[in-house]
Unconditional design. Sequence first.
Lengths: 157, 109
Amino acid sequence: MSIAYRGARRAFALLAVLAFLSGCAPLISEFNADAYKNATTLKAETLALVDKSGEAYATRRIEVETLTTKIDAAYEYAAGLPANQITAQQWQILRNPEGRLYGSFVRIWRTRGKVGDEYRVEKKAQLAEAYDLIICLEVNKKESKSCSSIAAAGPKE
Amino acid sequence: MSKFDDFFSGVVDGVKDIAKGDLKSLLDAGREDAEAFLENSKTQLKRWTEKLAAGTLDKEEFTDLVEGRVELAKMFALTQAGISAARIQRFRDKLIKLVIDKAFSIFLL
């Protein structure tokens, strides 16, 4: 095999790889400042609401409905971004009214009227962790960081 | 050695450096986060069973927390998948930049 032929073959292979890479669709969306703000703001609002769940649901019903609408809007926003299916799925798990995160918290509060002290503490930590996972993914779209360090730097439970 | 051979070996060396940094840190960070998640799960489950036994959590609350943890595991897996995709995307972008920069520096100077 001549040197010229080998060189041409390498060049062709390199160009083929480059053409393939540059033509590929993005694997995941870019970092989005609004999406990040949605997650951090709603985390704070959700945890503040959980703190009030020792009170009668009826007195906080409007606040719950308002927050639920905001969380639904955050899901819709995430689902509307290109190449953002993974983040949209995370919001769907968090908000699902039949699920076991925000959905079950509201369900238990509504059906029981009030939420027990220990459950409130534990559910608050669980919901904080759920938001931290969404926040961690958004941050990692911009730069590589471990989720533990992001959660430690964020708002406390 | 021809200019193309210089270019090709420069690209190969550059790819090795990028892979060492980006792909190795991807594996390390993923393992660190997975270990932290499992450790948290263990600690929480222990605390919840103690509270269930003490009567400060009832059956419905305990079940909800455990099933909530399962939902969190799904979210954790999605986070890791997304982080991997973002890092692979950055690796791809650096690779394209490396090839173009090497070509310019060797063939145009």
